[in-house]
Design a binder for this molecule. Sequence first.
Ligand SMILES: Cc1ncc(COP(=O)(O)O)c(C=O)c1O
Length: 397
Amino acid sequence: MSDSLPDLLPVDTVAAIERDLPWIPATQAETPFAVVDPGRAAANAQNTADGLAAHGLAWRPHVKTHKSRAMTRIQLAAGAQGLTVATLREAEVMADLSHDLLLAHPPVPGRVDPRRFAALLAGGNITVAVDSTLAVNTLRAAAREAGVVVQGAVEVDVGMGRAGVPDPEAAVRLARELAQGDGTSFRGILFYPGHIRGGGEPAAAVSAVSDRVDGFIEALTAAGLPPRMVSGGSTPTLPFSHLVTGCTEVRAGTCIFHDRDSVSLGVGRDEDLAYHIVSTVVSDAVPGQVVVDAGSKALAKEGFRGGAPGFGRLLDRPEVLVDRLSEEHGILDLSATDWRPRVGEQVRIVPNHVCVSVNLQDRLLVPDGADGFRIMALEARGRLPLAVRPAGSASSP
Ligand SMILES: Cc1ncc(COP(=O)(O)O)c(C=O)c1O
């Protein structure tokens, strides 16, 4: 690992990180806008890192939830050991903040521009997930162009049926391909238990995941390739990750802000909610409902996993749901309350799934006194390369 990374973490982290952010007057914040409470986020980060450390697990938060360097700095200050990224943009933006990034999305031609990928790998601090020979070969080619040896991790499927090889034989084959050198080495495995959402008995489902993971570890160890990294976890399984035999780290991301889903699962509490959308009531023309200006372009049209309807709920009145969404309109169902908001009144809405809501914003606002906000940039949002090549400098074939 490089030891030339700058020391980026200030001593009094949250306050110092907030002070670094540009300030705007409240008059410049038109609804709908997204608000973050960095103090709550920092407490969530600390709880997560400490809770995992108590079981000997490292926290490698997925930055896709917040896409922000300021939030990453808060997570690292809380004790995160490494970061998870999904896109090249996320990796480029976060690369100087951590010695140990995991790109948890397979690189294949078309998804990654070879030259951009090679430039990223040249930093020497990224481990890359693979689940096919094509991904291994893409990684090797980019690593050779960069002149480095890159660590690869084999993604394994533990029941979600998304990415990841389904059986230990395939994992051993890919691990061998990585370990044969010439640009790559084998670091370990990663899995994502996204099929476990709570409800029923999560501990039983986690035990099934543990058996699957154990099978992969045993086969790799028998093949002379014991995994040094066994990366797993999610926010819904935070209370159970230590029950997965051999797991070394957890990649939970949503827990930094929490949302309607994670609170309904009991992983977070109302007082942990660190993100909401501020929205204005724009119409009460139809009895029994009001219309707010937060629609699917602010909240995201994600279904609720807790078995109830709606696309979000009010932070201050949990019984009031966002019943329907158009792009710029949200319909609040008032059937469960006597409260009747006035047109022009502001409300605070908790989205079902915070990560997709954040991705719809162009900035997050942090309240700073009664009359202003600090702007938290979402530097890792979007797909563009961090350093866009000037027009006309496109590479020759
Ligand atoms: C590969 C991977 N790792 C980690 C996470 C983080 O899980 P969560 O959002 O439940 O914290 C996700 C979420 O989508 C993921 O896809």
